[in-house]
Design a protein around this ligand. Structure first.
Ligand code: ZN
Length: 54
């Protein structure tokens, strides 16, 4: 089954829930660093994926 949402944790400790197939770059709410970037398919997470939610 395809992942719809990802719970990710940035290196700064901020946790965010992002769309698994995001088409735009996602910045961390805490440090403003890029947390995830689109690949055309499943989003590429630059932080740590804590949980995958379907
Ligand atoms: Zn951060």
């Amino acid at each position: 089954m395809m992942t719809k949402f990802l719970k990710v944790k940035c290196n700064c400790g901020t946790e965010m829930i992002i769309f698994g197939n995001a088409t735009t770059k996602i910045d961390c709410n805490g440090c403003k660093e890029t947390l995830a970037e689109p690949t055309g398919g499943k989003v590429h997470v630059l932080g740590k994926v804590i949980e995958e939610m379907e």
